[in-house]
Design a protein around this ligand. Structure first.
Ligand SMILES: [Zn+2]
Length: 277
């Protein structure tokens, strides 16, 4: 879940889950090694049963479901939520399942790693959440070129563009997924050092971040991620695990796939060259 999916899923939750009363909570069928919970999940039913979903707020990699007494259920990173209608099949494995009064339910699962937390007093006092929530989202109007330049100026000049975009939550909600298409469209190699970017390239990167994320949101997220109802988004990823075996859509070169900074990067060696500096 990255920014486009956070925005799309949050809107779907607000349309679908608002007003639903929680009746049951079921704990993990088999605990995922990298499932991180806040509080004891065995206490969740005691805390949540009888409460009503009031609204959802999305920021960066997180979605908070706010209940009628201000309790927050916060879900983030690789934790996915799927809404199922009354009578739908209950999946064989999940990390958490919340049942509603009308017999519909919300299933939480985790792919690589993910976070699920319940905060009965509605206060999330964790630095990672705070960075996601308080750092300016690249889709906010106030995320200006001036602001982006300041962000770059605060970084070490040897930082790569991948690190600029996807670490420290400088740009909340940009992760190793959406950055691939952003860098492809900006014609920048993920390993390129930020000191080699001239002002025109910085502006191009800035505009590409905004335009690519906007397009992803308008199309209901990326086709490599599913929404609240389990449907993939309609934004066709250019560079992803799904597409990298196909030639570059611009020049026909073979796409490179490499491990870089704790994740796979895909890039076209011709369209996204690495300058010899
Ligand atoms: Zn190319």
């Amino acid at each position: 879940m990255e920014l486009p999916e956070t925005i799309v899923t949050t809107a779907q939750i607000n349309d679908t889950l608002t007003g639903k009363k929680i009746t049951h909570v079921f704990n993990a069928t088999k605990l995922h090694r990298f499932a991180f919970f806040h509080g004891d999940p065995k206490e969740y039913e005691k805390i949540l049963a009888g409460k009503i979903i009031k609204s959802a707020t999305g920021y960066g990699m997180f979605i908070d479901l706010v209940l009628n007494d201000e309790t927050i259920i916060s879900v983030g990173e690789g934790a996915n939520m799927k809404y199922r209608k009354p009578g739908d099949k209950i999946p064989g494995s999940y990390q958490l399942l919340i049942g509603f009064e009308d017999n519909s339910f919300l299933v939480f699962s985790i792919s690589l790693y993910g976070f699920i937390g319940v905060y009965p007093d509605g206060v999330i006092d964790e630095i990672y959440h705070k960075q996601n929530k308080e750092n300016l989202s690249p889709l906010q109007k106030t995320f200006s070129m001036e602001y982006f330049s300041t962000l770059i100026a605060q970084c070490s000049p040897n930082l790569s563009v991948k690190a600029l975009l996807a670490t420290e939550q400088r740009l909340p909600g940009i992760g190793n997924g959406v950055l691939q298409d952003i860098l492809f469209k900006a014609k920048m190699n993920p390993k390129r050092k930020i000191l080699t970017l001239d002002i025109t390239e910085k502006e191009k990167l800035y505009l590409t971040i905004k335009q690519t994320l906007q397009e992803m949101v308008l199309k209901g997220g990326r086709d490599v991620q599913n929404d609240l109802f389990g449907n993939p988004g309609k934004y066709h990823t250019i560079l992803s695990s799904k597409t990298y075996k196909e030639p570059c859509p611009v020049c026909g070169s073979c796409i490179r796939k490499e491990a870089y900074m704790g994740g796979t990067v895909y890039y076209c060696p011709t369209c996204q060259p690495l300058p010899n500096k």
